[in-house]
Ligand binder design. Structure first.
Ligand code: NAD
Length: 368
């Protein structure tokens, strides 16, 4: 029996709605396989935790995470946190850094039943997660943004060979696993950032030599931003530095139905965190209309990643079942949320995915 200990960190706003639905779907999937068991652990985080114990990132949550195989992190609505209280920190960059979650894997997939700007899109963007221009995580101490005078702001960008290599390796490994174009596209702007993007691209090129079976190309970020809108079908796995990746993944989500359709998985050498691309959507929170797809598929990727790590065929199969169940719900459109043109609540869409899985014969979907 393979056992997994997985944390549930709901986050804020719609996190309280989509995370429980994703947990339910994962549980339903593994219940189909007697050799897989998940021990769930609820842990406080975010604004609900601040109201309860005065901290958005309590020590007891942090201590517990070290012993887990992985966890769900719901969206964090940190823009609404009190600004002058250090105990109201934004937990997610901290977690990405603390647990060395270097690669953020963000797939973009179109469904022919949904109104998308493009059909036949199936690509994954790997975003380096912990450095680049992100000042809340790219320094050991202090912040990488500062104002020497009231009229001058400076931001330091950090690129290391180590994280560039990890992100590139994640991309090439994924390109090998996927049943797709077997191609990695590395995004840069080394025409201007000769040292930072230069180091990133040189490192990707070095890693590419170890994967002669995978086509490798590089593209300047502005050219790629346009190409992604015009011909997204040309891309398979894309790897980029942090801020370019952040922007490009939202752009890619826009091609296939919006942020509700954008799952994500943060991985490092040891830990894994399922975290959808979208934020806490305070504009729709409490109405139970948030699309749970992104969070369900983030969990699906986590289960698949853990199954692969432990060589657990049943967990991998359970993850494939989730993908098939979700695919069926999106094909039929009978129970989807309003952002996809339906009338279902978040919970009803999750229930429909569970029902679709119950009717599945043992199936075989792609890994991501
Ligand atoms: P957002 O992603 O929360 O929302 C943008 C738009 O997309 C909104 O109209 C929202 O209703 C919609 N949307 C998002 N997720 C959806 C879903 N699952 N189903 C249907 N519609 C969905 O971005 P924002 O409004 O700029 O930010 C809100 C808060 O979230 C802010 O505090 C921001 O800092 C934070 N944020 C957190 C994360 C994260 O935790 N990873 C990411 C981005 C933003």
């Amino acid at each position: 029996m393979a056992k997994y200990s997985i944390g549930i960190l709901q986050g804020d706003d719609i996190g309280l709605e989509v995370v429980p639905v994703a947990v339910k779907v994962l549980q339903e999937a593994v219940d189909r396989y007697p050799g897989v068991k998940i021990d769930w652990l609820d842990l406080p985080i975010g604004y609900p935790s601040y109201l309860e114990c005065g901290e958005t990132m309590p020590q007891r949550t942090l201590d517990a995470l070290y012993d887990l195989d992985g966890w769900f992190l719901g969206p964090i609505g940190h823009m609404a946190y009190p600004r002058d209280d250090p105990k109201a920190m934004n937990p997610h960059p901290f977690l990405r850094r603390e647990f060395d979650l270097v690669s953020n894997i963000r797939p973009t997939k179109s469904f022919s039943s949904l109104p998308c700007l493009h059909q036949s899109v199936d690509l994954v963007i790997i975003r380096e997660n912990n450095e680049g221009f992100q000042p809340d995580r790219n320094m050991f101490r202090g912040t990488a943004e500062y104002m020497p005078t009231p009229d001058l702001a400076m931001s330091v960008r950090v690129i290391t060979r180590r994280n560039s290599e990890f992100a590139a390796r994640t991309a090439f490994e994924l390109a090998r696993q996927r049943n797709s174009l077997k191609k990695v596209t590395a995004i840069h702007k080394n025409t201007v950032f000769k040292l930072g993007c230069g180091l990133f691209i040189d490192t990707c090129q070095e890693v590419a030599k170890e994967y002669p079976d995978i086509e490798f190309e590089t593209m300047v970020v502005d050219t790629f931003a346009m190409a992604l809108v015009m011909r997204p079908q040309k891309y398979d796995v894309v790897v980029s530095t942090n801020m370019f990746g952040d922007i490009l993944t939202d752009e890619a989500a826009g091609l296939v139905g919006g942020l509700g359709m954008a799952p994500g998985l943060c991985v490092g050498p040891r830990y894994v965190m399922a975290q959808a691309t979208h934020g806490s959507a305070p504009d729709i929170a409490g109405r139970h209309i948030a699309n749970p797809y992104a969070m369900i598929m983030s969990g699906q990727m986590m289960l698949s990643w853990l199954g692969n790590k432990k060589g657990d065929g049943e967990a991998i199969q359970a993850a494939r079942d989730i993908e098939l169940g979700v695919g069926k719900v999106l094909d039929e459109l009978a129970a989807v949320t309003p952002d996809l043109g339906g009338k279902a609540s978040t919970g009803e869409m999750g229930e429909a995915v569970c029902a679709a899985m119950r009717n599945l014969p043992p199936g075989a979907g792609s890994i991501y």
